[in-house]
Design a binder for this molecule. Structure first.
Ligand code: NAD
Length: 428
């Protein structure tokens, strides 16, 4: 028998970032509830998740040793319906981040008008250094540890950073074994043969593209020939660069963690996709690269941050030249920068709206599982388009009528539904 070990230690910098994410989310929720005219009690209810479960999961490693992993599941508010949100496997997962992300899920579900509240989960681990067997045991162990508070009508997990359809399949199988009946509606993001939905993989990028199209209409910009710069060339960034390219836009810049590529006449996206590695890296193959900072300040019509958080700050917000920014990444713009951009008349489509295509198709997957009848990819795309156009319109109208920026407007739309549901239930 090997020695017992504790897996993972989160850096202080990450803990501070997560706390900032959590408190800045609270600040905007408070402002949104004030604008909507709710009393302080509503903020007291919504400022923290209703439930946060911390679990410790002992896993037998391949070398015979046992490691104890820490996992979380946060359920922000279930007044509207079951909670919903991904499970993240990452060495820097921590409680504040999981809490903040579950609050974002509540807002997203409210914005796209799904019958859910927000949830989120995570395990502190580094899946890149684990074998398939270890990952399977960890996935199953997590489900056993949280099984009392999750389920198709309680809380429905999904993939997130470093989790995928295989992990969802193991989790679904474990839950079905525990309950002794097949439960495809327990989790979304499953492989197609286990009840996954057509179009789930591309859904986030498709949602971003729909928001870009709607924002462009508002600004009188034609997609045909529009100059688009995309920061990040991973799952989200590469799909949306391809969709924009196919729609006739000129994708003038893309980037990865190592630098950016720029061509004012438009990059050959198909070629770059072909050369990209599985981590979304391609710029290392070229000499004439720009920095990620330079990409943000390029002369273009539409800027899409699709990589990491805190990229547009008070330090560079004055130098952004795009007239539309659509946030595909989570939290790429700080609150100070949001104010500067909005004062400069730049139309910023916030993350909680722009990246809600994924949870929308996750909802479609759950509906298909519940009814046992499956849709074609065209049906999924058509339904997604309707939901997101309506959501964009609601947020845009709110921002115009209440004279607030699009981020605050999105928080107002997102918070309204859970506040009303909480009120009708007699909670506040
Ligand atoms: P990913 O890991 O597939 O790709 C990330 C990309 O960003 C890679 O090209 C990487 O090289 C690049 N990158 C990493 N660090 C960078 C840096 N410092 N500067 C510039 N580029 C950097 O991730 P993803 O799934 O595409 O997610 C990207 C963002 O979109 C994240 O903020 C994520 O939370 C958000 N998002 C993704 C989804 C989804 O379904 N994939 C859904 C909602 C939100």
């Amino acid at each position: 028998m090997g020695a017992a070990g504790v897996a993972g230690k989160v850096s202080e910098q990450k803990m501070e970032e997560s706390l900032n994410l959590f408190t800045s989310t609270q600040v905007v929720i408070k402002e949104a509830l004030n604008k909507l005219g709710y009393a302080d009690e509503m903020y007291e209810l919504l400022k923290e998740p209703l439930r946060m479960l911390t679990v410790r999961i002992p896993i037998r490693m391949d070398d015979g040793s046992t490691k104890i992993f820490t996992g979380y599941r946060s359920q922000h508010n279930d007044a509207v319906g079951p909670t919903k949100g991904g499970v993240r496997f990452h060495p820097e997962v921590n409680e504040d981040e999981v809490k903040a992300l579950s609050m974002w899920m509540s807002l997203k579900c409210g914005i796209v008008d799904l019958p859910y509240g927000g949830g989120k989960g995570g395990i502190i681990c580094d899946p890149r250094s684990m074998s398939m067997g270890e990952l399977e045991r960890l996935s199953r162990g997590y489900v056993r540890a949280i099984s009392q508070i999750v389920g198709p009508t309680k809380d429905i997990p999904a993939p997130d950073v470093y989790t995928n359809s295989q992990i969802m399949a193991w989790m679904m199988d474990e839950y079905s074994r525990l309950r002794e009946y097949d439960s495809p509606g327990f989790i979304t993001g499953k492989p197609l043969v286990l009840g996954g939905s057509q179009g789930r993989e591309k859904a986030t990028a498709q949602g971003v593209v729909i928001c870009i199209e709607e924002a462009a209409k508002k600004r009188g910009i034609s997609i045909e020939g529009a100059r688009v710069a995309v920061q990040g060339f991973g799952n989200a960034g590469s799909f949306l660069a391809k969709f924009m390219h196919d729609a006739g836009a000129k994708v003038v810049a893309i980037s990865d963690a190592y630098g950016a590529l720029y061509d004012p006449n438009g990059l050959d996206i198909d070629y770059l996709l072909d050369r990209r590695d599985s981590f979304g890296t391609v710029t290392t193959l070229f000499d004439n690269t720009l920095t990620n900072e330079e990409l943000l300040e390029l002369d273009c019509d539409i800027l899409v941050p699709a990589a990491v958080s805190n990229q547009i700050t008070a330090a560079n917000a004055h130098d952004i030249k795009a007239s539309i920014i659509v946030e595909a990444a989570n939290g790429p713009t700080t609150l100070e920068a949001t104010k500067i951009l909005s004062d400069r008349g730049i139309l910023l489509v916030p993350d909680v709206l722009a990246s809600s295509g994924g949870v929308t198709v996750s909802y479609f997957e759950w509906v298909q599982n519940n009814q046992g009848y499956y849709w074609t990819e065209d049906e999924v795309t058509e339904k997604l388009e309707k939901v997101l156009v309506q959501a964009f319109d609601n947020v845009y109208q709110t921002s115009q009528q209440r004279k607030v920026n699009m981020r605050l407007a999105a928080y107002m739309v997102g918070a309204r539904k859970m506040s009303e549901a909480s009120r009708f239930r007699g909670w506040v």
